[in-house]
Design a protein around this ligand. Structure first.
Ligand code: NAP
Length: 646
């Protein structure tokens, strides 16, 4: 209660010196359904989670989670009392036991049964010990056995793998073509680049960051996060930077992998690994469209993931080709700089209204994250829980529903109307724009894009044109559309996405009996659990086929599940003394048949709209169609009955 004037909150004060005005002001920015369990758990006081203040998660996308103004005020009053108690009579925060946790989770879940999710939620909540850390060490299982794991890539998944494998005491080398960690967050430096999953959730469960500056932070902040994780966990010494893996080839006799490397200076090298973990990502090989005449353009041209910061856009006539998630982020800042911007849109996107998309986390909320024990964990969990499976039904096909290609069920139609209503409100004064900016395919068939109003504002600018005629060719001067119009420009920026279906390219991968993986796949990549491949023993993929999520969760969650499974596989190898494990083709095939059937029930599976979710055969080779719980359960621990043990 020192250091601030009466009535003026002081967010520099810690809890023990904060006055009631500060507490009250901070609580106005609290997520009540996350704060009350944090306080109830920390103080061991169930009176802080009364049944009538439970959130109601049945209303999709409701910002107050079904709580009335009065209920929120009552929740804040309860929290105020708890914070005053904590301030005036400090107690060491306690960790709730499993039964208490169940009660707290039931509260935050609006009374829904949580039993099946309890263990998963304990891991995600990560209140105390790191429950996902390996509970074994190689030294104890096979001290004499040499076992080196080569991880390819030091992006989000590769760092997670390196951390867990090292925790198990394995000999790990990470091979990274770039000169720093961060993967996609290193390579994508385009203006406006930011994460579009709330970053309290888009972060590792084992490396929480309560002080994110924005709800959806910028690329620089994300890169800094992954860089700090690499430093704090001591992962950098494991990484060989500037080293590209060109080929991995199995030695049938020894069941080890020969990993061929080329360094930046052209030096070639081969190293041997007992297991290989590919963490090369899905979205990092730029897709430059095969539009006629691409090479003819005489001005600067570059792809969004290879942004040429030397090209000054100020005052220039700029063309942007593509209107996906990347382009939607860089088009507004490019419009601010360019003299004139022409946007070439092939398919419009559905936008999710996200008012705080570019907003900083308020000082009030930052204060709560800093000062309320467990609140940051519960807040992270709350985002996870609200998004976990709740949206999946809205993407699921009702076979009896006739949505004329524009929706796949009644609830999907409801979402469509909500999103169409948003576009109508945003473009009310520009009907011709609304007409071409409104998708005619179901929500969830392509990736959503977040928006805080900037998309419509940008397209309505006098110095921005949206062109929806198809591109016929690129000439020396610009872009010609099929109606014959030449759009003369000085710079072309390709926001044309990635070769997402070309998993593991351009690396050569040769498995048992000299089989080439890319020939085997024939452009239709599949794997068991997205992780293992018949005929390629001890090769593990992270963010492999069918591990992308559309409606639920975040990709960091999936990577952590995959890494957990890989660590479990290596444990079994060391425990049993087996040299290698190779998934049984029938297990792999049955798994993939089920995934295909699952995807055929989803909006992205049935819609004919083009998207990177599908490969050239039309199959959804990217997406996971089931619940997050199911992926967690399937990756809990390997079943050696699924494998040939060699
Ligand atoms: P994308 O979603 O594949 O979008 C590519 C765009 O280029 C589409 O608008 C596509 O049109 C257009 N295009 C492609 N070839 C074309 C051609 N020949 N002529 C005209 N237009 C063409 O790629 P992206 O925007 O880079 O995003 C890819 C994924 O990266 C996202 O879905 C997301 O998962 C991830 N991402 C995430 C964030 C984030 O904030 N976390 C940000 C950016 C990207 P069609 O739609 O007609 O195919």
């Amino acid at each position: 209660m020192i250091g601030n004037h009466a009535g003026v909150p002081n967010f520099d004060a810690d809890l023990d010196s904060a006055d009631d005005d500060t507490l009250r002001a901070a609580l106005e920015h609290a997520e009540v359904p996350a704060l009350l369990p944090a306080l109830a758990g920390g103080l061991g006081d169930p009176a802080l989670i009364p049944g009538h203040l439970r959130p109601d998660l049945s209303v999709m996308m409701d910002p107050t989670a079904g709580l009335s103004y009065q209920q929120l005020a009552e929740g804040r009053a309860l929290a105020l009392g708890a914070l005053q108690r904590l301030r005036d009579d400090p107690v060491a925060p306690r960790e709730p036991d499993v039964d208490e946790l169940r009660t707290l989770l039931e509260f935050a879940s609006g009374g829904a049964p949580v039993e099946e999710y309890l263990e998963l939620l304990r891991e995600e909540l990560a209140l105390g010990e790191d429950l996902r850390a390996p509970v074994w060490r190689k030294d104890a299982l096979a001290p004499e056995r040499p076992f080196r794991v080569a991880v390819i890539g030091a992006g989000m998944s590769g760092l997670a793998a390196a951390h867990r494998l090292r925790q198990a005491g394995l000999d790990v080398v990470v091979l990274e073509k770039n000169h720093d960690v961060g993967g996609t967050w290193l390579e994508n430096s385009y203006p406006g680049c930011r994460v579009d999953v709330s970053n309290h959730f888009y972060s590792y469960s084992f490396a929480p960051k309560p002080d994110w500056p924005e709800h959806f932070s910028s690329q620089e902040v994300l890169l800094e996060y992954f860089s700090r994780v690499a430093d704090d966990l001591g992962l950098r010494p494991l990484v060989r930077f500037g080293t590209e893996v060109t080929a991995i080839q199995l030695d049938d006799a020894t069941m080890t992998w020969n990993v061929d490397l080329v360094a930046d200076d052209g030096t070639e090298e081969r190293l041997e690994a007992h297991a290989v973990v590919s963490a090369v990502g899905q979205l990092n090989r730029p897709n430059l469209p095969d539009i006629l005449g691409v090479e003819r353009f005489e001005g600067p041209a570059f792809h969004s993931a290879r942004w040429d910061h030397d090209v000054a856009l100020a005052g220039k006539r700029v063309a942007v080709i593509g209107t996906g998630a990347s382009a939607a982020q860089f088009i507004p800042p490019v419009a601010d700089q360019a003299g004139h911007l022409t946007v070439f849109q092939r398919t419009p996107a559905w936008f999710i209204p996200t008012p705080d998309y570019h907003d900083p986390v308020s000082p009030e909320a930052q204060w709560l994250f800093r000062n309320v024990p467990g609140y940051a964990n519960w807040y992270r969990f709350w985002i996870f829980w609200r998004n976990v499976e709740g949206l999946l039904p809205a993407a699921t096909v009702d076979p009896d529903w006739d949505g004329e290609g524009r929706s796949v069920s009644q609830v999907n139609e409801l979402v469509r109307q909500l999103l169409a209503g948003y576009l109508q409100a945003e473009m009310a004064d520009a009907p011709e724009l609304l007409d071409v900016a409104t998708p005619d395919y179901p929500p969830f068939a392509k990736r959503f894009i977040r928006d805080n109003g900037i998309w419509a504002r940008t397209l309505r600018r006098d110095d921005v044109d949206l062109v929806t005629d198809r591109i016929a060719e690129i000439t020396a001067e610009g872009v010609r559309t099929t109606d014959g119009t030449l759009h003369p420009v000085d710079v072309i920026i390709y926001g044309t996405g990635f070769k997402a279906s070309d998993f593991l390219t351009p690396m050569k991968v040769v498995g048992r009996g000299g089989v080439d993986l890319h020939e085997r796949w024939g452009g239709d990549a599949r794997a068991y659990l997205g992780i293992t491949l018949p005929g390629f023993p001890n090769l593990f993929l992270l963010y492999g086929p069918n591990t992308n999520i559309v409606a639920n969760g975040s990709i960091t969650y999936f990577s952590e599940c995959e890494v957990h499974y890989v660590v479990g596989c290596l444990r079994r190898l060391l425990e049993t003394g087996a040299r290698a494990i190779d998934p049984l083709p029938e297990v792999h095939d049955a798994y993939n048949a089920r995934v295909d059937a699952g995807n055929a029930q989803m909006a992205w599976g049935v819609s004919s709209v083009n998207s990177w979710y599908k490969n050239a055969t039309g199959r959804s080779a990217q997406n996971w169609p089931f619940t997050l719980l199911e992926y967690w359960q399937q990756t809990r621990q390997p079943d050696l009955d699924d494998y040939e043990v060699l």
